[in-house]
Ligand binder design. Structure first.
Ligand SMILES: [Zn+2]
Length: 440
């Protein structure tokens, strides 16, 4: 007698892009989910296995694929969206971000801002974001409420943050967070140094040692601007990347954000250390910070993922849109349309994030035993048809609002564009009320 697969959720009649190593597709395809994991991904009738399910979603005319991975964000900063545009980074930080944070970066506002960001991210098909901000316990709370994954990264700098007036408190807090979220189904941890130039050598060393001790990634903004490159060369005769390497920062797993100004040695350091990179395209274009050498890094085998950066500098949270801009920008600066193809672009927005954070055994593709994190997309729309090349449709034509349904850890958290775990209207109202206070 054939075995019957018991499951919690079945997705039938789908056009499935697994994004596995071979880009396997199934149409019509079937997905079976049990306890948050994929127990079957393959052909639907007449080749489907026998199964029993509690719930079924008919995905006729829907595309089903892995959700997008946002490899870098400051989600709580959505409350500052639109403040101080068209300025250089230094000016924007000094005149707008830091003074506003001094007044408004409270636990309540970080929670509210993160809820706003997570709503936006889910609506554009993202299941996970790596965060770097303050009051990260509030970030975790918001992500749990909405049902999304997060990799927390409480940011440390040389000067007092809205959360801590000294580094000792920061490290005590981090130890607690690592213990609290070890083996959590949705929340992971990274140890985040803000940037080489905002942290002392001692802080950088401690961040790296703590990350190594707990076997979690150390994360950092790196080689973002020409100023950073020039000032390190002038002061130390080496780049900020080499400076960190000499401190031992790359002795353990690092995910570096931006990486726009890298020497040949820097690129070798990233490769040899097994680091991941998040390219931050919209924010870097808006602030005219620079361009990450994406193709060269990927040719070396470094996983380059897509990060949106915070909503204050981007100003949107869609990995899809940042992926598109990344591809178009790389083609433009390299003066070569073949430099990044559609398959590579989709990998950057999905599995490369998982690889950068060493989560590829759980996320990034739809394969049996991986986590059931996926999106369903409505392709029965003018801008999707005719669909001669589905990957080209995703990279060049898809809109964030085409995502209809989002499943994270086997749970449906958005269905037919409705967020199921939070009261969206209420949160939007709270944000508007806060904006009035900020403008007083
Ligand atoms: Zn950032």
């Amino acid at each position: 007698m054939t075995e019957i697969l018991n499951c919690d959720l079945a997705i039938t009649n789908a056009y499935i892009l697994t994004l596995d190593d071979d880009f396997t597709e199934f149409a019509p395809g079937l997905i079976l989910i049990r306890n948050g994991k994929l127990v079957y991904v393959g052909p639907d009738q007449p080749y489907a296995p026998r199964y029993k399910t509690t719930e079924t979603i008919n995905a006729r005319n829907k595309l089903v694929m892995p959700a997008f991975f946002n490899a870098h964000n400051h989600a709580g900063m959505s409350i500052y969206r639109g403040l101080g545009n068209d300025l250089v980074l230094d000016d924007w930080l000094n005149r707008f971000v830091w003074p506003m944070e001094a007044k408004f970066a409270t636990p309540e506002n970080v929670h509210l801002g993160t809820l706003l960001s997570t709503m936006e991210m889910i609506r554009s098909g993202t299941n996970i974001f790596a965060d770097m901000y303050f009051f990260e316990e509030e970030v975790a709370r918001a992500a749990e409420e909405i049902g999304m994954r997060v990799i927390l990264g409480e940011g440390i700098l040389n000067f007092p943050t809205p959360h801590f007036d000294n580094a000792e408190k920061y490290f005590t807090y981090l130890e607690q967070m690592v213990t609290q979220y070890r083996d959590h189904s949705l929340v992971g941890i990274s140890i985040s140094a803000h940037a080489p130039y905002t942290c002392s050598d001692e802080l950088l060393k401690r961040v790296s040692e703590l990350a190594a001790y707990h076997q979690v990634p150390a994360t950092i903004h790196l080689a973002e601007t020409q100023w950073e490159y020039d000032s390190y060369m002038e002061r130390y005769g080496k780049t900020s990347t080499q400076y960190l390497a000499d401190l031992g920062f790359f002795d353990h797993h690092v995910v570096a954000y931006h990486c726009n100004y890298l020497s040949e040695t820097d690129r070798q350091i990233l490769k040899q250390s097994g680091s991941g990179v998040a390219t931050i395209t919209h924010s870097n274009m808006k602030l005219a910070s620079g361009v990450c050498p994406v193709k060269d890094l990927m040719n070396r085998g470094i996983p380059v993922a897509i990060g949106t950066d915070g909503p204050a500098s981007n100003n949107n949270q869609s990995v899809l849109m940042d992926m598109r801009s990344s591809v178009l920008l790389q083609k433009t600066i390299e003066k070569d349309p073949t430099v990044l193809d559609t398959h590579t672009a989709i990998r950057m927005a999905t599995s490369n994030g998982a690889k950068a954070y060493r989560m590829e055994n759980q996320l990034g593709s739809l394969e049996i035993d991986k986590q059931a994190d996926l999106i369903m997309i409505d392709t029965d729309q003018p801008h999707w048809q005719p669909m001669h090349d589905v990957y080209a449709s995703i990279v060049y034509a898809m809109l964030p609002s085409d995502v209809e349904t989002v499943i994270v850890n086997g749970r449906v958290i958005m269905k037919d564009r409705k967020l199921l775990q939070v009261d969206e209207k209420k949160i939007l109202h709270q944000v508007k009320t806060l904006m009035k206070k900020m403008n007083q």
